[in-house]
Design a protein around this ligand. Sequence first.
Ligand code: ADP
Ligand code: ZN
Ligand code: ZN
Length: 725
Amino acid sequence: MRPLKQSTATGEADAAPPNSQPGTPSPVVVALPAHTHLTSTLTYLCPPACEAGTLVRVPLGRRDVLGIVWDQPPPDETPTTGNTPLELKAVLDRLAGCPPLNAAWRMLAAFAARYYQRSLGELALAALPPQLRDLSSEQWVRRLSRLQKSANSTAAAPASAAALDAPLIPSTQQQHVLDTLAAAGAQHKPVLLFGATGSGKTEVYLQVAQRLLASDPAAQVLVMVPEINLTPMLLARFTQRFGEHQVATQHSGMTPAQRLTHWLAAHLGQARIILGTRMAVLCSAPGLRLIIVDEEHDPSYKSQEGARYSARDLAVYRAQVETRHGRACQVILGSATPSLESWHAAANGRYVRLDMPDRMGGGRLPHLRLVDMAQQHKGAVLAPALLAAIGERAQRGEQSLLLLNRRGYAPVLSCHACGWKSHCPSCSAYRVFHKIDRTLRCHHCGFTERVPRACPDCGNLDIAPIGKGTEQLEEQVAALLSDQQRPDGQGLRVARIDADTTREKGSLEAQLARMHSGEVDVLVGTQMVAKGHDFRRITLVAALNADSALFASDYRAPERLFSLLMQAGGRAGRDAGLSHQGELWVQTWNPAHPLFTALRTHDFERFAQRELADREAAGMPPFTYQALLRAEARTQEAAQAFLAAARDAARQLAGAEHLTLYPPVPMHIQRVANIERAQMLLESDSRPALQHVLTHWHEHLARCKTLPAAKGLFRWAIDVDPLAI
Ligand code: ADP
Ligand code: ZN
Ligand code: ZN
């Protein structure tokens, strides 16, 4: 079961190069699969003066792989390898000209691996750009010298200051935040910047960064955004302020060559600012002194595969580690609707909260208009009052944004004669009807078929869509508004942005540009457009199907809905120059819900307090800590048998008395692509107890996997601090 033991590198002594050069046995971290080797490193002979953090190539089995020389374990923890040093293989070579990854970075990687229950090698190597692994030595040397040359040429001709944007004169509340940050410098608690949308948080980030970079020539700043779609916008603001060559980026949309170039620029200290998505939190930045996590509440900061880390939480940890290594590092978490975790941390003094309640230019937050769906005609897409409001705004040259969290034309097709529904044969879900190419598509496994002419079960010709997706909404809104005109006398233009319309590279940018130029009057979209984009001319935002979140089984759904609506509302009326106050319309069957009461007064505090009180009463995060063990198997029985055995094993472990171990249950969507999925929840009010059990659980899990009842188990994974249960 464990092919890659400590001895893999050492057991083939005869294949090793003659051990002529002197060397020190040193731990080297290489990428090993997740469950085989949780903590161990391999031991190689390293050339003298090969510091921890050095990137090296080492022989592993029949291959040469990239490795990172790691710290010598304390003497009492030295693993007993059973091998004499004579058997050790030697490091093949170092990556010439590449400085070691520093101690703070190594601690970050080690912590992340330990906390999120992944192997150190997997986590640490995955944090490096893939080309480091793939380039030959010659290619590597060439790349490095090219980078050096371009760095020298830009240093010789620094961007002229005139071409850069000057800082804006801070508003009173911005100045207050800047002053407090300067004064709090020595304190180094994480700062929660609680600022309304449009209050000028980004300008604060820019100025804090500017001040730091001016005061410390080696300092670096890490700026994180939740989604790749939001990087171009923020990148533009940073490059306009600091110059293109100061900024490196890290996100999954870059080519491998770009990833390496930008990573190196950060690693070598040439880039002063590193801007990216969650992966950027693991970027090497030896001068790191400031970390900014914008829209810190966003669930996208939590990785949903591999090591399921929270980049926000790692950012907070990283700032501590950097500070402990001698360079004070400040972390700023910014949001108009902070996560309840961060809110709670600020409430109990672990974080410092700084408020910016007012929008720049005095733009008022939008007025909430609730539409009681119980009062509407059955089947109405949009309430007549809402439709009229959209038309009016378009006539004035203002834009509206309609949000619906379902793409496609209709979520299900059905036969009224026999009850047939468009189930996916491989998943416990319906296939969605897409009218544009008349297909039924499964959004879980991708299975796609032409829409049948007649009901596959009874032959009835009358199969009909049930419910509405964005595609249908776009069509119906266009029809309903077809008699309306823009100020230029032309008909209204309705457009749609969702995952279907933005599949091609560059298409999102093109569609956003149409929106910005005012070509489009009404935009229909999924939550993809609700975040971050700065649409100046939108004065009306409508959420058409908000209720699904109010009664979802996921206890975080209300938090997400509130923040989505606040964010979306924040799109409305950003431009105070437009005469009319923005409006946020919500169509709901539950207008009396307390969430809307808080939303009406833009009162996040009130919402957060109530939500936190509920969570505390129910013993949920952030008052307790959770982890999930997920299993995927050929049958639901096998998945659950594995989980049940794992649960029994956990009960025996020290610390388990502080845990609640819930019985295994099928996942919300139980079957995807013919794989059955189940999970079990572990919960504790002691984070150390939970961590202790998780750490010691792994060897038992490997055993549970081999039980006869668990035959057909494909894989399992632990998710620490899961976002969705
Ligand atoms: P947030 O990030 O909080 O949503 P932004 O930083 O994007 O807000 O600011 C909103 C708008 O106000 C932007 O157009 C920005 O250029 C402008 N702005 C921010 N700070 C100032 C300032 N001090 N003076 C003038 N305009 C400002
Ligand atoms: Zn039928
Ligand atoms: Zn499917």
